[in-house]
Every structure is written in C-alpha cells, then in structure tokens.
Design a protein around this ligand. Structure first.
Ligand code: FE2
Length: 517
C-alpha cells in the first residue's frame, strides 16, 4: 500500500509538471478546482507565448527534468506530513488568580479540587480526592446509584504537606470499592459542613469487544489556552476517561514553586475530573525538586495530591503502574524514575508485560511523559535512553499505541521500530515494523510555556503527521480489532478532526494501518 501510494504520488507530480510546462492535453481540473482560473490564465499566457516565440522543445525538456528531480528529491526525504496550519501567534499566559475558573466553591470549608481516578486494577473501584482548607472536616464519601439516596459510605483519610513557606489544606483520599460495572453513581463529599455532590460512571467489565472512549490530554497547565483545551475536550459527549500524559499545574514555574498554583489547577480541572477519572502520569513538572529552598524530596506535592492504584498491579511506586479499563490494558511508565536494568521499574515492567491477556483486554496502551520519537527541536532525544531499554519489549508484546507529552505540540508516527542496532552493525535508523506501536506526542494542552514550533527538517520518514497547535485527542475503541483516533486542535469546531487514523489491533488484526489515509 505504501509503495502504491508513493507511485501514485510520483505519478500525480509527473502529471502536474507536464501540465505546468504546457505539454498536457488535459487539465487536472477536478483535483485542482480552486486553481482553475489561474491555470486557465497560465494556459492563455502560454498559448500567447507560443504564438510569438519559436518553440523551444529542448529548453522545455530540460526544465521538465530539472523540476522532476527537484520534486523527487523533496519527496524522498520524508514519509509524513507537516501540517501547513499555522496557529495565530499569541502569548500563552496563565489565567490570573481571580479568574472564575479558579473560584473557591461557596460555603464554610466547602470541599474543593474534587477529582477521581480509577481505584483498583479492573475498574470496580474509584479513588475520590478533595481538599478542605478551613479545618479538617470529614474524609467520608457517601455514594449510591440514586441521586436522592446515597446509601453507601466509605471512609478515607487525609494528608497535608509543607513546601517552603506554603502549607497545604487537608487533602482527602477515599477509595470506593466493590462498585458495579457500567453503572452511574452519585457521590457526596464534605459531610458535616458544606456538602457537594457529583457523579461518575463506572466502566464496563473488562472484555474483548467492549467499546470505550478515552480522551488524551497532556501538559495542560492553567493558561487561557489550557482552558480552551479543556472546554474543547468536554464538548465531546462520548469521552469517558482521560489518559493524562503528565505535567499538570506548572506551579514550579512560579517563584518558590508557588503551590497556590497547585490549588488553582485543582479547582480549574474539577469541572471534568470530578465526573470522570483521569489516569495520571508523572511529568517533569511534578518533580518539584528545589534544593535552593530546602525542598529535596522529589514529587512531594504530586504524591500528596494525586493518588493512583499502583499496589493493585504489584508496583512499588505510584509513578509506574497498570490498570484494565473496558477493553484496554493501560501501562503507565515513569520517565523521571530509574528505569535501567535491575531497577524496580524495569523489573516490574519485565514481569508485567507477559501478564497482559489480549483475549480479555485486546488494546495495549502505554503512557509516559518524555516521547521516544519526537521530531521537534525541543526535548530532542530526551526519551532515547528509555527507548533503548524498553522498545524491544514493546515490539515483542505488540503494544498498540504509546502516548507521551512533554513536547508542546502534536505528532503521530508510523508503525516503526529501531531495535536492530547493537553498537557495531550501524543499523540505527527506524524501520517500518507492523509489530511496533504508533507513537503519539500530545503535549499540546496549552500551558504557559507556549508552543513548540521549531521542527527538525526534513521531516523524518517515521513521522506521519505533525503540527504545532494546542489541542487534545480521542481514542475510540470500537471492538477488539478497530479503534478510531482523532486529534482536535483548539481553533477548530468541536467535530473537526485535524488528524485521524483507524487503528487496527496489533494482536488481533495486524494490518498496515498507519499508511492508510
Ligand atoms: Fe514536560
């Protein structure tokens, strides 16, 4: 298919060139309708030119071959598309502290920053988290399937932390267990004082043909563009859970890592994450390592605020873990924890991959923060050392797709691998590989650091599509063989997909899906 496409591409180039120099007997009107007026004018000009000057067949032939080889050379050096969409240049700035999206909910000691994530390995538990600021309050969650009758309760616990001159509120975490699959639950937090009620829907029981729709967001931050991304994502009525690929609040960009910006971020995203789980990945902006102000314990704010069910998958750290959700098996990896041979993360992943039962969860998805394949001139090759360690496993176990962030732009790869190199054989170029994942960089949430606009040129052959715009993506699993993937830039209407692809499952239906338009 790829070669056919290439041949057709050259054929059309050939046809255009012949036409452009006046040899073609028939215009390509259907394909180039918007240029027809200009082409007609050009034809008239050429006819006039021919009537005044003697024909120069040698010159034309020379021109033809010159242009043909120039175009041939240009087409040979890249297999993908660099979008011609150019985003309006505007500064990316954070929303001020008094923005309405950061508003503290009314009522004494009202729970704020409410967020949920999956609470066990198979999706029948939910972790509910929130913050109270005036006093400790209650760590109990009431819940039930009827809005007016919250018949169950679960008791959680709270934690606090200090960071330089900041002291957090009371951060509560409570796990709701033994939930029924595919069921809408209502829950209430803040028992005893101001009560706030929300709802969520549990996923269907894991199974091979269970449709499920994930959203993809990364590097979100809290700028006006972040707000645009979140609103755009929320406008999709089908998205049921977010796979978040790291870099949450960007509080560390403020003096002394002003943790007030962790609180504002928590209030900003509550409108989505209180109602559907976000699956967390730790990025570099979660490290918060600041020895200059005495803060030497990495990930302190993140660990206190965002709990994940890592123990359920046998992990010894919240930075790498796995969950099953509907027909997907999701592995979260840590770009900023040790991953070399013999490390806890390495040993966990080595034992984890053989456990994935593709008959139960056909779709194997990996989340990480630093991308392995990235053709922007930002964070270039930062993911390379982890790629060297783990890529052979991804090919062996036929990972379907890897989502990463970190680079503040969008990119999707073909199915490629780069695992043949052994120091001495020189085989260090990525090659098409139908057992390999597609690599998507989706660090385009819109944080205050702005867009990554500078790309390596020419576009590498492994890169299928890239564009420097803010946005989010949707991964819509249809059944065990097919999933429809779309990327939505913020500046389009809700239904517009600026990039899309039909995924075929690597285990059940191994077609060459990345080269199909
Ligand atoms: Fe990052």
């Amino acid at each position: 298919m790829r070669y056919l496409r290439t041949f057709l591409g050259y054929s059309s180039t050939f046809h255009i060139l012949i036409y452009a120099i006046g040899r073609s007997p028939e215009p390509l009107a259907p394909s180039f309708g918007i240029l027809s007026t200009a082409e007609a004018a050009e034809q008239r000009k050429q006819r006039m030119g021919r009537s005044r000057a003697p024909k120069l067949p040698c010159l034309r032939l020379g021109l033809f071959f010159f242009f043909f080889f120039v175009v041939f050379a240009l087409r040979c050096d890249g297999g993908g598309v660099t979008s011609r969409y150019v985003r309006k240049l505007a500064a990316t700035v954070d929303m001020p502290l008094d923005s309405d999206v950061f508003r503290v909910p009314p009522g004494y000691n009202a729970p704020q920053q409410v967020h949920i994530t999956q609470g066990d390995h198979d999706g029948s538990a939910v972790i509910v988290s929130w913050v109270t600021t005036s006093e400790r309050g209650s760590s109990i969650v009431l819940f039930g399937t009827s809005k007016d009758k919250l018949e169950y309760s679960a008791k959680g616990s709270y934690t606090r932390y200090k960071f330089y001159n900041y002291t957090s509120g009371f951060i509560h975490h409570c796990t709701l267990e033994d939930l029924k699959f595919d069921t809408k639950y209502y829950y209430a937090v803040g028992i005893g004082y101001t009560v706030r009620q929300f709802w969520f829907k549990t996923p269907p029981q894991p199974g091979p043909d269970v449709p499920y729709t994930f959203g993809l967001i990364g590097d979100l931050g809290q700028s006006y563009d972040s707000n645009s991304t979140l609103s755009h994502y929320q406008s999709n009525p089908n998205a049921e859970a977010v796979l978040f690929v790291g870099d949450l609040s960007y509080a560390d960009n403020y003096p002394n890592h002003d943790n007030v910006r962790w609180d504002t971020w928590g209030r900003f995203v509550e409108r989505s994450v209180a109602y559907q789980p976000w699956i967390w990945t730790a990025g570099n902006h979660e490290i918060d390592f600041a020895p200059e102000i005495g803060e030497t314990k990495p990930f302190k704010p993140y660990r206190h605020r965002y709990h994940v069910p890592y123990k359920a998958s046998g992990s010894t750290s919240p930075f790498w873990y796995s969950i099953k959700r509907a027909s997907a098996y999701i592995i979260v990896l840590a770009s900023y924890s040790a991953y070399g041979k013999y490390t806890p993360q390495y040993k966990w992943l080595e034992a984890e991959l053989p456990k994935v039962n593709r008959s139960e969860t056909p779709w194997l998805i990996v989340l990480m923060h630093a991308p392995w394949y990235n053709s922007y001139n930002y964070h270039y090759m930062e993911g390379e050392t982890m790629r060297v360690m783990y890529e052979p496993w991804f090919v062996q176990y036929k990972v379907d797709v890897v989502f990463a962030g970190h680079v503040h732009a969008y990119e999707r790869s073909h199915r490629i691998s780069n695992i043949a190199y052994n120091i001495v054989n020189g085989k260090c170029t990525p090659v098409p590989d139908l057992s390999a994942p597609v690599y998507v960089t989706i660090g385009d949430g819109g944080n205050l650091e702005g867009l990554a606009t500078n790309m390596t040129e020419p576009q590498p052959s492994y890169s299928a599509f890239r564009e420097a715009s803010f946005g989010h993506a949707i991964f819509e699993i249809k059944n065990k063989t097919h999933a429809y993937y779309t990327w939505h830039r913020n500046h389009d209407g809700n239904a517009v997909a600026a990039d899309s692809m039909w995924f075929t499952n690597r285990y059940w239906h191994t077609t060459d899906d990345t080269y199909v338009a």
